[in-house]
Design a protein around this ligand. Structure first.
Ligand SMILES: [Zn+2]
Length: 340
């Protein structure tokens, strides 16, 4: 009986060991047969109850089986351990010769680069960077800046009027008044910010763009100061000597008013399609602060002299980086953005 059961036990155990997939299961099988209460252990313990001759015979077989199973367990353990090792190796394996994966690093938008550069230049000349609301009222956007009711700029075609009675500012100039109301001159500020115009978009027009307003007010401040500051700005911004000129123009909030033009960066003033053959490119509007603007800012006009300018940020970026279409800035085209 015992002999038969030893043979079946051997086959059963052998099969179970073969099937075992991990060390935990193998340990369970080991305990099942060779543990303290294991099947084979029990048989070995019961040997003493057998008559001597039988005991020797069965004992021999049982011990052989015990050794056989131990070897089997040992073998199987090695097989499983090897498998585990291989799997971990596969997971943790590192090919130190493989070319590295480049982490995706974003870059700053050209308008941000230009804005920061401009701020840096003016800050080094003692100007503070000031911001104002994009949602503005008619008083600050128009009336305070000496833009009368009948002025075409107030037409609905040019301005986005909002349902709450406010409007999207059409320029950064309202911040001039807002700032002068709260701060006494002398003052030097630049105001970078988004402005909105109700107009059709094309290669050189967007309904939304950035402007940089500049304002300097002091006891004695003239067009000569304006020219000095603007000239220094151009030189540092374009990193070369740029010729520029002031051409008479009209703005309601400055008197006298100018258009600031720089010598064409493409042809150096000789005349080319980019500058329509004139050799000049208009980049800003400027002028001496109108007495009415001082008055509306609660300052006494005869006490103060000031000038202001307004640059289009996109325009400056286009000139600096030789970009030919303003719509590229907000197109989200990575081929364009990755160049910066
Ligand atoms: Zn030109």
């Amino acid at each position: 009986m015992v002999k038969i059961s030893l043979k079946t036990l051997k086959n059963r155990a052998k099969k179970e060991i073969e099937k075992a997939k991990d060390l935990k299961r193998l340990n369970e099988i080991f305990n099942k047969y060779l543990g303290k209460k294991g099947e084979l252990t029990k048989i070995l313990r019961s040997l003493e109850k057998l008559p001597k001759t039988k005991r020797m015979k069965v004992g021999k077989t049982a011990n052989e089986l015990k050794n056989f199973l131990k070897t089997e367990f040992e073998k199987k353990t090695q097989v499983i351990k090897k498998k585990i090792g291989k799997a971990t190796e596969e997971v943790e394996w590192l090919d130190i010769t493989a070319p590295g994966k480049k982490p995706l690093i974003g870059s700053l938008h050209p308008l941000t680069l230009v804005k920061r550069k401009i701020e840096e230049i003016f800050q080094s000349m003692g100007f503070s960077v000031v911001e104002g609301p994009e949602m503005e009222n008619e008083w600050y956007n128009f009336d305070a800046l000496n833009i009368p009711k009948e002025h075409p700029a107030r037409d609905r075609w040019d301005t986005f009027y909002l349902k709450n009675g406010l409007l999207l500012r059409t320029h950064t100039s309202p911040v001039q008044v807002r700032y002068m109301e709260k701060n006494n001159p002398p003052l030097r500020i630049i105001v970078p910010g988004t402005v909105f115009r109700h107009e059709a978009t094309d290669a050189s027009h967007e309904f939304q763009h950035y402007q940089i307003e500049g304002l300097m007010v002091d006891k004695k401040n003239s067009v000569a100061n304006l020219k000095a500051i603007v000239g220094e700005f151009f030189r540092r911004f374009f990193e070369k000597n740029v010729e520029f000129r002031l051409k008479p123009d009209y703005f309601p909030f400055t008197e006298p008013s100018f258009d600031i033009g720089i010598s064409c960066l493409v042809c150096n003033g000789k005349g080319c399609p980019a500058c329509k053959g004139s050799g000049w490119m208009e980049v800003a509007g400027a002028g001496m602060v109108h007495p009415n603007v001082f008055k509306n800012s609660k300052l006494i006009p005869k006490d103060w002299q000031g000038w202001a300018f307004g640059f289009g940020l996109e325009r400056l970026a286009m000139l600096k980086y030789k970009i030919n279409d303003i719509r590229l800035f907000r197109s989200g085209d990575l081929r364009f953005l990755k160049q910066f």
